[in-house]
Design a protein around this ligand. Structure first.
Ligand code: CA
Length: 217
């Protein structure tokens, strides 16, 4: 089994994607840009700026430079109002197995919340450590670029074959594979198994119970 596990946050540790979808939909609707759950999962990992530009272009809506910032702030405000989501169902069981195996447990996210450690500690007590968190402050290029996962791997000190990425979205899976790491896809959202396999996942599970059983064997 692997020595270090690099967990993505949204859609893996936290069941926060439905709240992101709600925040994006309500904000973009005001600008005449449609937004679906599938759009959310397929673009998860991109910067908000890129998501807005991509969808605006697809729907032939012109968005001025200063509007980009405005839309981003409105989406962030909507997300804060709706709330950050609850812990992913059965994630505690997965972490319990890894803790009992004395695995090194990391979080690797595009998020940049200053209170991320406190959020993790509140729902998964004594699992995460401040020096085992790679966030938006730690790298220049976001997923699907390999830099977030390469940063975690370098800091972990383990060989690549001893490290494993856990992701829920295609761009995150691409980042894990581009970093040369074994990458597990857990399909916790609106995509299909094929979406995650086509992104390059080494193995795909439909839920955390399947992952827990695989890790325990
Ligand atoms: Ca994710």
């Amino acid at each position: 089994m692997f020595s270090a596990f690099f967990f993505d946050m949204d859609g893996v540790l936290f069941d926060s994607m439905p709240n992101h979808i709600a925040a994006w939909s309500e904000t973009l609707a005001k600008y005449g840009i449609p937004f679906t759950a599938r759009d959310c999962y397929l673009n998860e990992g991109r910067t908000s700026r890129d998501v807005i530009m991509l969808l605006a272009e697809r729907h032939h809506v012109t968005v001025a430079e200063d509007q980009l910032e405005q839309i981003y702030h409105e989406k962030t405000a909507a997300y804060r109002r709706i709330g950050g989501g609850k812990p992913m169902k059965d994630m505690d069981k997965v972490l319990q197995v890894l803790t009992s195996q004395k695995a090194d447990i990391w979080v690797v996210t595009g998020g940049g919340q200053l209170d991320l450690y406190e959020q993790l500690e509140a729902v998964f007590p004594s699992v995460f450590q401040r020096n085992k968190m790679v966030t938006a402050f730690d790298y220049a290029h976001g997923k699907p670029h390999p830099e977030p996962y390469l940063t975690a791997w370098e800091r972990s000190g383990f060989a690549k074959e001893d490290c494993c990425v856990v992701e829920n979205a295609p761009l995150g899976i691409q980042a894990g594979k581009a970093a040369g790491l074994f990458t597990i896809g857990v399909n916790t959202g609106a995509l299909t198994r094929d979406d995650l396999l086509q992104a390059g996942a080494d193995v795909v599970f439909d839920n955390m119970v399947q992952l827990e059983q695989w890790l325990g064997n």
